[in-house]
Each structure stands twice: as structure tokens, then as C-alpha cells.
Design a binder for this molecule. Sequence first.
Ligand code: ZN
Length: 376
Amino acid sequence: MICKHLFLHLKISSLKSHFSYRFLLFSFIQGLVLPTFSQDINNLKLKDYQPVSIYKVPQTKIVKAKFPIIDFHSHDYPKSDVEVDNWVKRMDEANISKTLILSYETGAKFDSIVDKYSRYKDRFVIFCGFDYSGYERAGWEKHAVAELERCYKKGARGVGELGDKGLGEFYSRPVRSSGLHIDDPSMKPLLEKCAELKIPVSIHVAEDQWMYEKADSTNDGLMNAAKWKVDLTKKGILGHDELIKTLEKAVKDNPKTTFVACHLANTNSDMSVLGKLFDIYPNLYADIAARFGEFSPIPRYSKAFFEKYADRLLYGTDMGPGSEMYQTTFRILESADEHFYEHKMFTYHWPLYGLSLNDNALKKIYSENAKKILMP
Ligand SMILES: [Zn+2]
């Protein structure tokens, strides 16, 4: 805001009159002391509303997680070897022992990602995608199973992130598979192969409920909901609950395959849905990645849920490889801080709260569950 003022007044100052210099100085000081004068509060947009917490309450900075972590949900962010090196340094500072790279990839691109991280074999675990090439033709899965085995031999230790927001599996490369959901019969040989190879399947189904609600003044998560809105008028699209059903069917029909539902299965507005699935299916886990802004506004409910299902939840980030990002996740999981904002990371208008999880739950969610799922 101050910069905007300066620019305007510098233009005026080009008149080079004595008056304009004094005016410039006055306006600059005014801008520094009273920046709010320039805000038209009656026309403030919700997206521009970035309050600063006024409460004098404890504020916890946690640089290093209390226990070692396996980050079960990250992606191939670095663009060079130096960036990989720097990431490892930040992982060391934060107490992240391993990071899972959910690559989505198959073929030569997958191989190049394995090679990229090969200098740090004990720090990164690479997941591959499914190759849906020719999925319109019967028998396509034979080639896909062969490619999965090849990726496994190259170093894949899981599959993911698969993704279905209603129109079919679309995260894997090189091609998306319109209309093919995780419970499609042709997926079964792939899921069974994962069980045989003892590698988990990470899958994102649906979006959180806000994205299905009307993007209007009543939408509780409007800032995200408007951006990620799911268009249910698209032909053939499955809704939230139908997608959860496809996941449930796949989990049920493939009891030997380990499934990891990404982002708490996108059931953050009603975690009891995920709880019921956990109660029935021992081969289902969920990562908590990229939903810190969604579960932190209800800290008592989330804490009770996380501690009850501590054997089934996995720490994940999915929010880049930055130090501040790690610190925010630790603050939310470990501290009991109240009413704080993280406008840089989350676009919601609501404040955040720490869950102060107990040590037993933290250890399991941070790495013990991941160790059970991943092959040595
Ligand atoms: Zn992701």
C-alpha cells in the first residue's frame, strides 16, 4: 500500500515545485503511520481479509519435529541436484528421515526420477504411476502390469498418487483414463500385483465437501471452495460419496493390498466417514497431507480422531519442500497454540489451532505406521 502511494506521489514530484516535495514527504509519512486510511473497508473482499491475531497467547516455533518423520506425501519438486541437496539439509533440520516422492510417472520419466534421487537412496522413496495406455481396449491391463513390475525393478516402492475427482483416474502419466475408477474390474490385476510386490497404493479420491457446495456467501470454506470447485454438471461425473464408495469397494475387494487414502480421504468436514472405513478395513490407511488448514479449526475433534486412529494415519505434506511449511505442520500437530493465522500457506479466512497430540500418536503418525507399510 505504501509503495503504491509513493509511486503516485513521485509522479507528482516530477513537477519539481517546492510544494510537491513537501506534499510528497507529508503523504509518505501519512502512509507509514496510517496505512489503513487507504483501505476502502466497505469494499474489502474476503480474499483480501488477512487479520493479524490480537491475542497475547503462547506462540510456539518448532523447527525440529519431536520424533523422526517419514513424509508420506510429497512430490518431485527439485529442479537440480543442488536443490535435492538443499532439500535434504532442510529435512535434517526438521527431523524428516525420509520423504516419499509420489511421482505419478511410468516409463523413462519414472526412471529419470529414480536416478535423480539415487544419491540419497535412504532418504527418498519413489512411487510410480499406473500406465493406462490403451485403456479403452480390453486387456490393456496386461501391459500396465508389466510396466508396474518394470518400475518395481527400477526401484518403485509404491504406486501413487493415483487421483480421481469424479471423471476417472487422471493423475498417472503418460495418459489419463476417463471413466475408469479404482473399483473398475480391469484395475484388479494391478491392485493384486501391488499386494504381491508388497507395495502400497496412494490414492486421492474426491475433494472436500466445501468444493461441492455452492460457492456463495454461505460456503464455510469459500476461499478454497471457489478455486477447487467440482463441476457436478459434467457428463458422467461421480459425486463425493460415490467416489468414496469406489475406494471402499476396491479396499474391500483387495484385502491383501494396502491403500492409503490421501488427504484423510477428503472427509475433513465429517471424519466419521473415514473412521467407519477404518473400523471395517484393516488394509486402509490415510495421509493427512495438505489438509492442515481443514482439520486444525476443529482441534478437539481432530485430536480425538487422530489419537483414536493413530495406527492408521500417516504424516504427509504435499505443500512444497520449504522449512516454514514443515514448522507450521509441527506447530499444528504438536503445540496447543490457539487462534493463529498462516495466510501464506492457507487461503481460508479462519484461524488455526494446535492439536497437542500425545507422544504415542505422534510417533505412530510421524513414522511408525509408515515403517509398517513400506518395504525395507
Ligand atoms: Zn499430492
